[in-house]
Design a binder for this molecule. Structure first.
Ligand code: DGL
Length: 278
């Protein structure tokens, strides 16, 4: 095996504050089926979205350092909050290609809107950073109106596995009422946990509002970035099936159960990590 083969066969590292990044992993698996992945979900320290900038940066760097120990060839920050607050710090230290989730989501929203009224929902930390607002504004003509709304309880509901129950439904209606009133036609799910609640969000907004989940775009961006860096899909080896390994800072069993329910397949390997060591 040449050194190049070795690097291109290395796994892609993906992290989030918990289960949310699985929405990105799922799309990476779909678009890049031969790639191995290592996923870290920091459920023990979630949510990130209510934390300060400094704490989010500290957590995100620890997540990255843990994944770098797995000799990953690229890192996907599958968390809007970490992308909004820690992208520069991560990029400066990683030494490998780093993908984030905000740019692709903003681009998809700019392309989707017909009436020029866009809604963005995310964690408090993402909304306060103003990163989405600026990203969408630079991609859309003057006159486009953007409404932001923080929906912190969605993360707890997603981590709890309460994806489609009555409580989730009522919380969605309450949070989304102002956006509905504003007449938006496009809603950016600016937190990777929110696609887990897609059904109740869609019901609360009504069928005419397009929901933007950046996972598809992020997976596409990952594919082209890998190709550009010469790290693209490894040559197929007879009998190779991609390996997906999962780590969490909370109970591995709980992660296996909830993660498996979301991915609709068994998570064979999940391990607990003492993330504060990194
Ligand atoms: N899933 C993350 C995001 O995309 C973080 C949610 C949280 O931990 O508050 O923002």
């Amino acid at each position: 095996m040449t050194p190049d083969d070795a690097s291109s066969r290395a796994p892609i590292g993906i992290f989030d504050s918990g289960l949310g990044g699985l929405t990105v992993l799922q799309e990476i698996e779909r678009q890049l089926p031969d790639e191995d992945t290592v996923y870290f979900g920091d459920s023990g320290r979630a949510p990130y979205g209510t934390k300060s900038h400094d704490t989010i940066v500290k957590f995100a760097l620890q997540d990255m350092r843990f994944l770098l120990e797995h000799r990953i060839k690229a890192l996907v920050i599958a968390c809007n909050t970490a992308s909004a607050h820690a992208f520069d710090e991560i990029r400066a230290e990683a030494g490998i290609p780093v993908l984030e989730v905000i740019g692709p989501g903003a681009m998809a929203a700019a392309q989707a809107t017909r009436n020029g009224r866009i809604g963005i929902i995310g964690t408090q930390a993402t909304v306060d950073s103003g990163v989405y607002l600026r990203a969408v504004e630079t991609l859309t003509p003057l006159g486009v109106v953007i409404h932001q709304q923080a929906c912190p309880l969605f993360v707890g509901l997603a981590e709890e596995g309460w994806w489609e129950n009555d409580i989730a439904r009522r919380v969605a209606v309450e949070y989304l009422a102002p956006l509905r009133k504003a007449g938006i036609d496009t809603l950016v799910l600016g937190c990777t946990h929110y696609p887990l609640l897609k059904k109740v969000i869609s019901e609360a907004m009504g069928p005419s509002v397009a929901l933007i989940d950046s996972a598809t775009e992020v997976a596409r961006a990952t594919r082209s970035r890998l190709a550009l860096a010469g790290l693209g899909e490894p040559p197929r080896v007879e009998g190779h099936t991609a390996r997906h390994v999962f780590y969490t800072s909370d109970s591995a069993e709980r992660f296996r159960q909830l993660g498996g329910a979301f991915l609709r397949k068994e998570i064979a390997e999940a391990h607990k990590v003492e993330i504060e060591r990194f």
